[in-house]
Design a protein around this ligand. Structure first.
Ligand SMILES: [Zn+2]
Length: 98
């Protein structure tokens, strides 16, 4: 249960950053660690796949330092989902925090 809620927060972070710029696995892990979310590649990559399968993210492969790196960006439906979530977060914040 606690993990479910944490994973939901992590997904919101991922969509938020994918809306600002292209993101990739290791970069996201470092960014999330700054917010005290410690997530392993074995947890993160299935989340990224799921978000892509759900049509919220789209990926492209690129070679960086002779290695394939998968970059993700938000899709149009990802953007509208994120906006909907922002309203809900705002609503939740008003009730629970302030
Ligand atoms: Zn973040």
């Amino acid at each position: 249960m606690i993990r479910d809620i944490e994973l939901a927060f992590i997904k919101i972070h991922i969509l938020y950053h994918a809306d600002k710029e292209r993101v990739f696995g290791i970069g996201l892990m470092q960014e999330l660690a700054e917010h005290d979310y410690f997530i392993s590649p074995g947890t993160l990559y299935p989340i990224l796949n799921k978000l892509e399968n759900d049509g919220l993210l789209i990926s492209e492969k690129e070679t960086v330092d002779h290695k394939q790196r998968k970059y993700y960006t938000i899709t149009e439906s990802g953007k509208s989902f994120l906006n909907d979530m922002k309203n809900r977060i705002h609503e939740l914040y008003k009730e629970v925090v302030s």
